[in-house]
Design a protein around this ligand. Sequence first.
Ligand SMILES: Nc1ncnc2c1ncn2[C@@H]1O[C@H](COP(=O)(O)OP(=O)(O)OP(=O)(O)O)[C@@H](O)[C@H]1O
Length: 510
Amino acid sequence: MHSRLSLRNITKRYPGIVANDGVSMDIDPGEVLAVLGENGAGKSTLMKIIYGATRPDEGEVYFDGKKLDVASPAEARSLGIAMVHQHFALFDTLTVAENVALGLTRPMSIAEISEEVKRLGERYGLEVDPAGIVMELSMGERQRVEIIRALMTNPKLLILDEPTSVLTPQAVKKLFVTLHQLASEGVSILFISHKLDEIRELADRCVVLRAGKIVTSVDPKKETEQSLARLMIGAEPPVIREANGTPGDVIFELKGVTTPGNERVCGTENATLSVHAGEIVGIAGISGNGQARLMAVASGEYPTRPEDVLLFGKPVGDLDTKARRKAGLRYAPEQRLGHAAVPELSLQANTYLTGDDLVRGGFILEEKARRFAQLVIERFHVKTPNEKRAAGSLSGGNLQKFIMGREILNRPRVLLVNQPTWGVDVGAAAVIRNALMRLREEGAAIVVVSEEIDEIFEIADRVAVMYRGHLSPAVPKADISVEEVGRWMSGLWPGSSFKNTQDKDAEVAR
Ligand SMILES: Nc1ncnc2c1ncn2[C@@H]1O[C@H](COP(=O)(O)OP(=O)(O)OP(=O)(O)O)[C@@H](O)[C@H]1O
């Protein structure tokens, strides 16, 4: 029997970097293989080569025993190779069904596609509205579209580049059931994840990439999370610092903010939150429950009545993001490319976007910006040859580190962060979380929206949950358990108007 896929001596160089360095590996039919590696280790590059999105400089790819020279993703798909990307490869202005249509290998009408999207969504717990415009979907919903789109091509090899980063724990469970089912039907699965527990749960085998080379191949079920982290980094992973210091005055408030939603975007309903200097409030919840709007309201991207948002006790609801930055509030949004950074611009030029002190009298202070970009790269261990590189050429995790570093090193008094460690490896996640803890110790008020309950419990002082636009009270972390937060994620917090809901979400949470 042939391997489903064999790689022989794959090498890919980019200016100044060998992204893949003589990689050889095999994957059998029905095997689930995880690829583990730090940000920038070369995982995505390898997947793109298999999928025909990038050409290797050297080496061969064999699929079902036949030598392949895949020139394009369309060709890969027609051979039975499907990929779920880390950076969603969706067209923002098209509907879900239209996006799916673009990835199909056989012609289907939009009506047929919509039916199929619904059917697959229900079967695999990946519900999404086929008529929804992608631009207006949450990250979690976009991820679901990507996965459904891949499944619709009936792949023999399914490549998943961090597919669970924005899925709820329940959706991850369902996805894993789906993937196990697909594997038992003979589909080979190549899976990139930074979540070591997921690798242990899902994969039959795990290869570790370090600086473009495979350093080892292990049975992840025989490893611990600690030992996997050590294999990946080549050293002990950093430890998260303990929270020190007591919170000060309330310096940031949302005062019963109600904003209209529409069919696609969840608004907010009487959202109230007070954040003290020197504390981190974590907001848990499934994405698409109003977190994006809440952050837009808090940051100034969605103006409200002045008195809806208070910064240092002053009404700022009608001020834009720039004016709020001037007053000491900064925001690191969820979407790295397009929202937080311009992919075509260099890292240095991306510092101008929120670096108000890098521009004077309409002129850019080039040298200051260059030094600042270098400082971010150094402090946040961003792997890139230099600050002149385009943001879009960085690996996903490295760009995330750069964006977080850009905002944190500006020393904001209030920091709003949406998914701070999305797609970031365990070592780098510790760097980011520690930087947030340090900022908190220095007296900043920090709001972290995260779908990772573990992350919230690791860094937050108080925990709140968002559900259908409603924000729960923020309670001290010591007063609530992970299970309870899980229940609150279905709106079941004390005093909530959803307390008696018997809907599907609540069923799932139980
Ligand atoms: N188009 C490109 N141009 C220049 N350099 C690139 C390009 N694509 C990738 N690289 C570089 O190749 C290296 C490997 O990147 P890759 O995206 O494969 O890493 P990764 O292991 O997937 O990281 P992450 O976990 O952060 O997604 C990185 O140093 C990256 O900056």
